[in-house]
Design a protein around this ligand. Sequence first.
Ligand SMILES: C[S@@+](CC[C@H](N)C(=O)[O-])C[C@H]1O[C@@H](n2cnc3c(N)ncnc32)[C@H](O)[C@@H]1O
Length: 283
Amino acid sequence: MNYRHVYHAGNFADVLKHVTLTGLILALLRKDTPFCYLDTHAGTGYYDLLSETAQKNQEHAQGILKLLQQDHAPVLIKRYLGCIRQVNNRLSQSRFASFRYYPGSPYIVRNFLRTKDRMILCELQPQDYQILKAAFNTDQQVAIHHADGFLGLKAFLPPREHRGLVLIDPPYENPNEWMRIASALPLALKRWETGIYAIWYPIKERRPIEQLHQHLRKTIKKPILLIELIIYPETIPNYLYGCGMLCINPPWQFQKEINAMLPWLWKILTTDRQGSYRCHLLK
Ligand SMILES: C[S@@+](CC[C@H](N)C(=O)[O-])C[C@H]1O[C@@H](n2cnc3c(N)ncnc32)[C@H](O)[C@@H]1O
């Protein structure tokens, strides 16, 4: 396992993933009943963008930094940026902290939880697991497991709340991760058919993506929303020119909320108006 997310923290792919995640959590918060969030590939929780590792490629400069420079933004983006500012203020212990920390999915979700909600995090990389564990130290609402996230789907579903969200965000270091998603999801839905599932994927080449879409369409009877953002030309081989999210059982009005922010997001993140975006139900 060579992948370390700190090298990519806050890049354009994180932005799409975490804006979508924010929208899903806000939808869950609309009801009073508690929910559970399962993060199968959690990372370290948050990232110091001044660290040597994050500074190496400065991927956040083409992602979150571009958003923070805007005076106006769609409602959902404002909620996401508000969360990022709150996490920075808390970690810096100052209300006027400048931007230094990028919250990963666990910190973003934790920022929104009510006392009755809870989260379960799986992380397999030993050092990242230790950092994650330290980040949530005595937090009673967070359970952290040094475990394979795909096995976590079997172990932790369905949650006792019977409401909630699963984020599946593997590093795709290994080509078999596409297959693992394809086989894990129908089984997870058998265990918990009303859960919301969000799956992030890289867009470097189209073949594995199309295969995954076709497989899920055949094996899953629930609605699947597809969200994609491409910001670089598709001509460079093996280059991350875009990314996508699949959302199974999307909340009511969610597609509308994504469509209200996606053109703006593409316009801010694209280089020389390259690429495209789309959001529609998978057919
Ligand atoms: C893309 S990063 C996660 C980022 C995080 N979800 C976020 O949005 O901030 C993927 C993480 O999965 C971890 N990982 C890799 N294989 C795993 C597995 N089978 N189970 C759990 N974690 C795994 C990696 O160490 C890495 O920290």
